[in-house]
Ligand binder design. Structure first.
Ligand code: HH2
Length: 261
C-alpha cells in the first residue's frame, strides 16, 4: 500500500504533495513502482497535528480519488476518520476506508461502513492524535491491542459490515513507545491469528530513528522501514503501508526468493 498524503503537515512528506497535480504525479509514481493499493489521506494524524474541517479535507482528497479512478484500476483507500470524508471518497471511486479510529470517531461510522460496502481497516490508537504520545502505558500491549481489535471487528460486524471486508492494524506509533512498537511487530502473529488480513504501517516512523539510536529525519529511515516491513511480512501481514514502494517490493522479493530457494 503506497501512501499519498495531500496534507500540509504529515510527518514525513507534509506539504510536498498538497497541490492536486503534485499528489497525482506522486500517486502515478507509486503505481509505476508496483503499489497494489493507494492510501490517500487529507488529514495528518501525526502527534500534535491540528484537525482539519470536513469540507477542506473532502476538497483535498475527492478530486484526487476521482482523477486516479479515471485513469487506473488500482484499489484506492481513503485514510480518514470522518464519515463524511469516507463517503465522499467512496462516491468517487475509493473502495477501502482506512480509519485510524477503528470506526470510533463518530457514532454513525460503523453503520456507514456497512452501507458503503467497502473494505474497512480498523486500527488501534491509544488516545487521540494531539495527545497520544504523552506517556502511553499498557500492562500488556500485545494482549490489549489484540483484544481491542477483536472487539472493534465484532462491533463492525454487529453494525452490518461483512466479515470479509475487515482488516486489522496494530497502529504502529499511535500512542506507543518504541518498545511497544517492537513488541507488536515481534508478536504480530497474535493479531494475524484473529483471522482477518492485517495491515502494518511502520514506514519512516520516529520509532525507527529512536530504536536505531540515531537522529535521522523521516526520509533517512528507509533501512529501518524495510527491516520492519520484512518482519511484519514474515509474521503474516497481508499489506504494508509504505512511502517507498519500489524499495520495499525489492526487499520483499528477495526475502521471498530466499525462503523459496
Ligand atoms: N499511519 C499513519 C497514517 N495512517 N493508517 C493505518 N491503517 N496504519 C498506520 O500505521 C497509519 C495510518 C501515519 O503516517 P503518514 O500518513 O505518513 O503521516 P500522517 O499521519 O502525518 O499523514
Amino acid at each position: 500500500m503506497g501512501i499519498v498524503n495531500v496534507t500540509p503537515d504529515s510527518f514525513s512528506d507534509g506539504g510536498r504533495f498538497l497541490s492536486h497535480d503534485a499528489a497525482l504525479a506522486h500517486a502515478r509514481r507509486l503505481i509505476a513502482e508496483g503499489a497494489d493499493i493507494l492510501d490517500i489521506g487529507g488529514e495528518s494524524t501525526r502527534p500534535g497535528a491540528e484537525p482539519v474541517s470536513e469540507s477542506d479535507e473532502v476538497g483535498r482528497v475527492a478530486p484526487l480519488v476521482a482523477a486516479l479512478r479515471a485513469e487506473s484500476d488500482i484499489p484506492i483507500s481513503i485514510d480518514a476518520m470522518k464519515p463524511g470524508v469516507a463517503a465522499a471518497a467512496c462516491a468517487v471511486g475509493a473502495t477501502m476506508w482506512n480509519d485510524v479510529t477503528a470506526l470510533g470517531h463518530a457514532p454513525e461510522s460503523p453503520a456507514l461502513a456497512a452501507e458503503l460496502g467497502c473494505d474497512v481497516v480498523l486500527m488501534h490508537m491509544r488516545g487521540e492524535p494531539r495527545t497520544m504520545q504523552a506517556a502511553p502505558r499498557y500492562d500488556d500491549v500485545v494482549a490489549e491491542v489484540t483484544d481491542y481489535l477483536a472487539a472493534r471487528a465484532e462491533a463492525a460486524i454487529a453494525a452490518g459490515v461483512m466479515r470479509e471486508r475487515i482488516w486489522l492494524d496494530p497502529g504502529i506509533g499511535f500512542g506507543k513507545t518504541p518498545e511497544h512498537n517492537l513488541a507488536l511487530l515481534k508478536h504480530l502473529d497474535r493479531i494475524v491469528a484473529l483471522g482477518f488480513p492485517v495491515l502494518v504501517g511502520a514506514s519512516r516512523k520516529s520509532s525507527i530513528a529512536r530504536i536505531a539510536g540515531d537522529k535521522s529525519g523521516p526520509d533517512q529511515r528507509l533501512g529501518g522501514s524495510i527491516a520492519a516491513a520484512l518482519a511484519a511480512a514474515r509474521a503474516g501481514a497481508a499489506a504494508l503501508r509504505v512511502h517507498d514502494v519500489a524499495e520495499t517490493r525489492q526487499a520483499l522479493a528477495i526475502a521471498e526468493a530466499i525462503s523459496q530457494a
